[in-house]
Design a protein around this ligand. Structure first.
Ligand SMILES: Cc1cc2nc3c(=O)[nH]c(=O)nc-3n(C[C@H](O)[C@H](O)[C@H](O)COP(=O)(O)O)c2cc1C
Length: 183
């Protein structure tokens, strides 16, 4: 009986010291950077590649199950795919695959083209398909001129329990300029 009690106390002590639990990854203990992006026509993809170079991050493309055609992207047509998706808050366009080892990353850059002054619905699909709690999330975007602030406030409003950092608008930037922006 005494032996059993001692074994239980030893077990509880080991648990409270964290010996049996894995340390969460942080930048200090090897946590890594992931650069995730969605790009419909290639501009955000170019920016994401430069950002991955500047941060030494792993690049991951969010790929729509059904690629967007030029007709799908016609924002003037109220029946186009992107118009319909972006005017339906519950729309979650399907994507191919997920990041399997998301736990390894402590910093996740999330990039997109700005659509109607905000993030495309497929970014919501990505966020909701991954465990991002406790990670530093940095939105980045390219646009035809709009800033990123509305996108960031919408992300904060729609995912208030996630840790959102300052957004980065990467229109026309070089790797050197991106490095400067990150300092
Ligand atoms: C459906 C649609 C909506 C857009 N809405 C905006 C907008 O509100 N503000 C803006 O500055 N640019 C807007 N743009 C332009 C894109 O944000 C810009 O061209 C972006 O760099 C494209 O990135 P991508 O090549 O990675 O798809 C829009 C483009 C599309 C196709």
């Amino acid at each position: 009986m005494v032996k059993k009690l001692l074994a239980m106390i030893a077990g509880a002590a080991a648990l409270s010291c964290g010996q049996t639990q894995a340390e969460p990854p942080t930048a200090a203990n090897g946590g890594k950077t992931l650069v995730v992006y969605f790009s419909a026509t290639g501009t955000t993809a170019d920016a994401a590649k430069m950002l991955a170079e500047a941060t030494d991050g792993t690049l991951y493309a969010i790929t729509p199950k059904e690629p967007y055609t030029a007709a799908d992207l016609d924002w003037r047509d109220h029946h186009s795919r992107c118009y319909v998706e972006m005017h339906d808050p519950s729309s979650r366009p399907a994507m191919s695959g997920t990041v399997e080892n998301i736990d390894e990353y402590t910093t996740v850059y999330i990039g997109f083209p700005i659509w109607w002054d905000t993030y495309p619905s497929i970014i919501a699909t990505f966020i909701e398909a991954h465990q991002l709690q406790g990670k530093e999330l940095i939105p980045f975007a390219t646009s035809g001129g709009s800033g990123i602030s509305t996108s960031v406030s919408n992300l904060k409003k729609n995912y208030p329990t996630l840790t959102w950092k300052r957004g980065l608008l990467l229109n026309g930037m070089s790797v050197q300029q991106i490095r400067g922006l990150l300092k």
